[in-house]
Ligand binder design. Structure first.
Ligand code: HPA
Length: 246
């Protein structure tokens, strides 16, 4: 039974090591997911893989159909979602290429479809989102990192901004004042939608740059790409170990 799905982010649009069994094109009441859902075998475990930005990384963060992605995974009986995401470091203790397993989120996005509860309003639900991440899945990610001897930052607040542009230095200072440690563009509404459908969800975030104003260097796509490549190798190793634990 394939009860775990990995949503790949920037740097993880394909999944080396995954033995693909089949791909499934699906439609949901909320539209079409980011691409065909890939079923496969990873380190002896059946998993589902879905690249959030599409197979060729053509869907920017504000245009991802988060509802279709989460609905499709739920329809396939997925119970746990590991969401891989590239982020910028606000907290100076989190160095680029470090993996972060955040424990809180602040949502700064706007204009995104945030909920499944839109049509049948007799079903309106106010989910408890005090702890946005699944405790057990977070612990498993942290343990997998320890088994793989990977240095992770345990905890932290993930600021989700609207994008697709990066932030101003003043915006990053504001996020820091709000208590945010990392900043990315895809954390929400993905995490909340998973909670609405009672699916365990945790982020495996990887810092790929210092957030705006946190270093003297310009944030270039080239530098982000280099960092992503170096860091994603660690993400793959961590996920490999995770398969022994889930
Ligand atoms: N800001 C927002 N999203 C990001 C960043 C950033 O600095 N780096 C990677 N995703």
């Amino acid at each position: 039974m394939q009860d775990i799905a990995i949503i790949g982010g920037t740097g993880l649009t394909s999944f080396p090591g995954l033995k693909i069994t089949h791909r499934e094109v699906v439609r949901t009441p909320f539209g079409i997911p980011s691409g065909p859902i890939t079923h496969g075998d990873y380190c002896g475990k059946k998993i589902i893989f879905l690249p959030r930005h599409g197979a060729h990384h053509t869907i920017p963060p504000h245009m991802v159909n988060y509802r279709a992605n989460i609905w499709a995974l739920h329809d396939m009986q997925v119970k746990q979602i590991v969401a891989v995401a590239a982020v910028g470091s606000i907290n100076r203790e989190i160095y680029p290429t470090q993996i972060v397993i955040p424990d809180q989120i602040i949502d700064y996005t706007y204009g995104r479809s945030q909920t499944f509860y839109e049509k049948d309003l007799s079903q309106v639900k106010h989910i408890d989102f005090t702890e946005p991440y699944d405790k057990k899945l977070r612990q498993n990610l942290i343990q997998a990192a320890a088994l793989a001897s990977i240095d992770v930052f345990d905890g932290g607040v993930y600021a989700t901004t609207q994008g697709p542009r990066l932030e101003t230095a003043a915006e990053v200072n504001k996020l820091a004042n709000d208590g945010c440690d990392i900043v990315g563009m895809t954390g929400m509404p993905e995490a909340a939608l998973a909670r609405e459908l009672n699916m365990a969800y945790a982020h495996c975030a990887m810092s790929v740059n210092w957030a705006a104003g946190r270093s003297n260097e310009l944030i270039t796509l080239e530098a982000i790409r280099e960092c992503t490549e170096a860091g994603m190798e660690k993400v793959r190793k961590l996920l490999e170990k995770l398969m022994e634990l889930v």
